[in-house]
Design a protein around this ligand. Structure first.
Ligand SMILES: [Zn+2]
Length: 392
């Protein structure tokens, strides 16, 4: 193939994203208006997959054994760029993580690259990735082989500032259940074993533990079952916790100490404890050469991404699992003023504003341009691979 004129292709993808503006905004707002939880993103998945299909690309639905995942691939041979679309929402706050913007941006980026693929070697693969908020959807798709042969994986995340290299922690979920014994809470309380008390003791222990935990790590949870009626000694209680740290070894230490809080409470109350840990959501490891390419492209479109702000974290993402198997990036782009917290009602509102939609389209163009960089520049693929190996 002749030398690729990247600049011309990059200008063209900006035009292609702009040409779809009405459709993209409508798609994103429709998904925002109909938030769906992890693994249940039927409307969002279908809306995005249908749009890809009507744009002329073949789509495989139910990819990797997940009903709400989908894949579309264009091009021939290598290199292979994966662009990831998230679209799940949160209980209670809807699209408080802005995934309506991110899923749509990735679809737009894919379609734009597809339209200039004639001038490029290699392939681009759009992967609709369900269940980021809960369930580690991407880990399931990794096991299903969807990331085999991928040279670069990319997406953007909506945020309250522009940040190229976010700190996102390794994380595990803990599901616990205490089993006690029901009895009349006034007539025969002595005949009961109180499972709610066990849980409250455990939560108190976890709170005490927090004081002596590294400030870069997090432990937090909710009660999902606190009993049935005040006049029955609760025979069952249940909770969901998350434990996070940037350091895998320390995360393992924390797991042991958090579990001990629950074990101790079981002993104290005479309850039985059932505890199960999820698989690990891996820490985000931004690939420097790919990040530099994305930053350069975003800058050419008018957005300057800052390095990580000391002491800040953005929670966790299953994109970390993808970045543990292939080189990848997960930059944040602001859709609102600095200081609006993610997973809040304010962020949900921000995810449907003209400012958010403008950021979404800019992200789409920057992702498309970065994909062009990967396809057009063999040295970028090599440097991304070297940085990835070096980061292991
Ligand atoms: Zn998110």
């Amino acid at each position: 193939m002749e030398r690729v004129d990247s600049a011309a292709l990059k200008a063209k993808v900006v035009e292609r994203v702009a040409a779809r503006r009405t459709d993209l905004d409508a798609l994103s707002l429709a998904i925002h208006a109909k938030p769906e939880l992890s693994f249940e993103e039927r409307f969002a998945s279908k809306s995005l997959a249908d749009y890809v299909a009507t744009s002329g690309a073949a789509v495989t639905r139910g990819a990797g054994g997940l009903e709400t995942a989908f894949v579309s691939e264009s091009g021939k041979g290598g290199p292979l760029v994966a662009i990831l679309a998230e679209y799940d929402a949160l209980p209670g706050v809807g699209h408080g993580c802005g995934h309506n913007l991110m899923g749509t941006a990735s679809v737009a980026a894919y379609l734009a690259v597809r339209e200039v693929l004639d001038g490029l070697p290699g392939r681009v693969r759009l992967i609709g990735t369900p269940a980021e908020e809960r369930g580690n959807g991407k880990a399931i798709l990794i096991k299903a082989g969807l990331f085999k042969d991928v040279d670069a994986a990319m997406m953007f995340h909506a945020g309250d500032r522009d940040e190229i290299d976010p700190l996102m922690l390794a994380m595990v979920n803990l599901d616990v259940e205490f089993r006690g014994k029901a009895a009349h809470a006034a007539a025969e309380p002595h005949a009961g074993v109180n499972a709610l008390d066990a849980l409250l003791l455990a939560m108190g222990s976890v709170s005490a533990l927090r004081q002596v935990v590294r400030t870069d790590s997090r432990i937090h949870g909710i009660i999902t079952d606190g009993g049935l009626a005040p006049n029955i000694i609760p025979e069952r209680s249940a909770a969901r916790f998350m434990v996070r740290s940037p350091d895998n070894a320390y995360l393992n230490e924390l797991k042991t100490r958090v579990l001990a809080c629950f074990q101790g409470a079981a002993t104290a109350t005479g309850c039985e404890l059932k505890a199960s840990w999820s698989e690990t959501c891996e820490r985000v490891t931004t690939n420097a050469p790919l990040a530099e390419a994305f930053s350069r492209n975003a800058k050419s479109l008018g957005r300057t991404l800052d390095p990580r702000r000391q002491g800040d974290t953005h929670g966790s993402t299953d994109m970390g699992n993808v970045m543990s198997v292939v080189p990848g990036i997960h930059p944040f782009l602001a859709i609102c003023d600095d200081g609006v917290p993610g997973h809040s009602h304010a962020f949900t509102q921000a995810a449907a504003t003209p400012r958010a939609l403008e950021t979404m389209r800019l992200a789409a163009a920057a992702l498309a341009q970065t994909a062009i960089d990967v396809l057009a520049d063999p040295s970028l693929v090599r440097r991304a691979r070297e940085a990835f190996d070096g980061g292991r």
